[in-house]
Design a protein around this ligand. Structure first.
Ligand code: BGC
Length: 281
């Protein structure tokens, strides 16, 4: 037995600089998974638009971290569920960076409620940000990719879109019908778009995170009891960290994954392996 610590977390190896010269838009980039992805893209060499809707200071901190890594970044406040906000953000990205090569459509939220108590506002808010927001951002990105056309010295693909989904694109989730519906919709949006734009050299893929330590699910990991209960759903025996998703996003955005088209990459410690069946059924 080695005497290394048995504390298990996300590996802390340097991110490879596989995105030098590329320009990225990351939505919901001032917190949680979006923050981790934005910083990792910067470490990989990409210039990054740090989109957010609330939390100027947190957005400034992400910009500073990307700049420390040697890339350019600016924050842009935009509600991704609003067409004009999204158009303004992409116009600013093109103005400052010249183009966009990578979209990480990440912004998402939960408004949990028992189904019979769910309000139309709770339903519309979640579908508006999680699904319509991804549609609007992906459409703006595709328009820019088509306008610019291929630049093989920058990337083999004319553009890359990564839709941040969830294990709940597959796993039904009582008490979260709006959220699970939005993620099921993202799966079909991603696959239909991937099929449509692949002939233009545009790669569209999804990432389906499991339980990641972020503000969206604090209740699932903040107490020892909650964490232990969560671990009955995670065969790999640890919660995910934003860095786990960030590394997957860097790979999917890079030419290392050039032949990966229309796939959802599950990054979930085995949550989708039906762990209840390990000792049952
Ligand atoms: C949700 C989290 C949840 C995780 C696993 C994510 O998509 O946002 O709240 O912990 O799925 O159930």
């Amino acid at each position: 037995m080695s005497d290394e610590t048995t504390e298990r977390g996300a590996p802390k190896r340097p991110v490879h600089r596989v995105l030098v010269g590329q320009k990225a838009v990351v939505t919901g980039a001032n917190s949680g998974i979006g923050r981790g992805v934005a910083v990792a893209l910067g470490q990989a060499g990409a210039d990054v638009v740090v989109n957010y809707v609330d939390g100027d200071d947190a957005a400034d901190a992400v910009v500073a971290e990307i700049e420390e890594a040697g890339a350019r970044a600016f924050k842009f406040k935009a509600d991704v569920s609003k067409e004009d906000d999204v158009a303004a953000m992409f116009a600013q990205a093109v103005k400052q960076f010249g183009t966009v090569d990578i979209l990480i459509a990440n912004a998402g939220l939960q408004r949990d409620a028992a189904f019979h108590e769910m309000t139309l506002d709770e339903w519309n808010k979640v579908l508006g940000v999680n699904l319509t927001g991804q549609f609007l951002c992906a459409r703006a990105a595709v328009r820019e990719f088509l306008r610019r056309g291929p630049v093989p010295s920058v990337s083999s693909a004319t553009g890359k879109i990564i839709h941040m989904s969830s294990v709940h694109q597959e796993i039904p989730w009582a008490g979260h019908a709006n959220y699970a519906t939005s993620k099921g919709g993202i799966k079909m949006l991603m696959e239909s778009l991937a099929q449509e734009v692949a002939p233009h050299g545009i790669r569209v893929n999804g990432i389906a995170p499991g339980a990641i330590r972020t503000p969206i699910n604090t209740a699932a990991w903040k107490t020892k009891q909650a964490y232990e209960s969560l671990m009955t759903l995670v065969p790999y025996g640890r919660i995910g960290e934003p860095e786990d998703i960030a590394r997957a996003a860097v790979w999917l955005a890079s030419d290392d994954s050039d032949y990966v088209v229309g796939t959802t990459l599950f990054v979930d410690g085995g949550m989708t392996l039906f762990p209840g069946f390990a000792t049952n059924g």
